[in-house]
Design a protein around this ligand. Structure first.
Ligand code: ADP
Ligand code: MG
Length: 213
């Protein structure tokens, strides 16, 4: 795969929109896509085949905005399905992709393509989700968006899973399973965070002896 003549005069870049569920990541992705389409730029939108909550192929937000998308089973399929004339690639639910997504995104940007990724930065335990840490590091532009905490109305940066009997990281669901929560109302109700609090970290500090955190 060499440089693509159609895009060789454009500079590519990598944008990542991250945050918890219901924070408007998909709305923001659709907003950027629509503006690009108004500017008559060729856009391709991809999503992992796993996310069929609303529609098998379209990307749909919780507020019912939607755009047509191509579901793909693996990140390499994005390169296989790319048209030569594409200027912008948008990828929703990017956290569900395998680790090759990082290479794919870099290759796209190198071809002069603007890559817009949207995904959950953390899973329901508050741990980093899949390839997100690396994508956030290599991005040229990062937006971390928040939702509204369902308990207190503060900005919510966490996704709380209501039914924790299922411990798989991936459990595709909606408001039946997930709620947006601020850190306080996530920590207080999360069993995983309880474990974290019980765990004592010792740090050796030469001036003050050992610190227990
Ligand atoms: P994401 O892709 O981050 O899950 P969406 O873009 O699909 O989010 O949906 C955002 C929309 O979800 C909001 O504009 C709002 O209409 C709706 N919504 C439902 N619950 C909440 C909440 N707790 N906080 C904020 N928005 C919410
Ligand atoms: Mg979304």
């Amino acid at each position: 795969m060499g440089s693509h003549p159609s895009n060789q005069f454009f500079s590519g870049n990598i944008e990542v929109v991250c945050g918890p569920m219901f924070s408007g990541k998909t709305e923001e992705l659709i907003r950027r896509v629509r503006r690009a389409q108004i500017a008559r730029q060729k856009v391709q939108i991809f999503k992992p085949a796993i996310d069929d909550r609303y529609h098998e192929s379209n990307v749909v937000s919780h507020s019912s905005l939607e755009v047509e998308a191509t579901p793909v089973k693996s990140s390499i399929d994005i390169l296989k399905k790319l048209y030569d004339t594409t200027r912008i690639v948008a990828i929703d639910e990017v956290q569900f992709f395998d680790e090759n997504i990082v290479t794919v995104v870099r290759k796209l940007a190198r071809r002069g393509i603007r890559v817009i990724c949207a995904g959950l930065d953390q899973d329901y335990r508050g741990a980093a989700f899949g390839p997100m840490p690396e994508l956030l590091c290599i991005a040229d532009l990062v937006n971390k968006v928040s939702a509204i905490c369902t308990v207190c109305g503060s900005p919510a940066t966490k996704t709380f899973r209501k039914n924790t009997n299922d411990e798989n990281q991936v459990l595709v669901g909606e408001t039946d399973v997930y709620e947006a929560r601020c850190r306080t109302h996530f920590d207080h109700y999360s069993e995983v965070e309880e474990d974290l609090l019980a765990y004592t970290v010792s740090i050796r500090n030469d001036d003050q002896g050992e610190l227990k955190l």
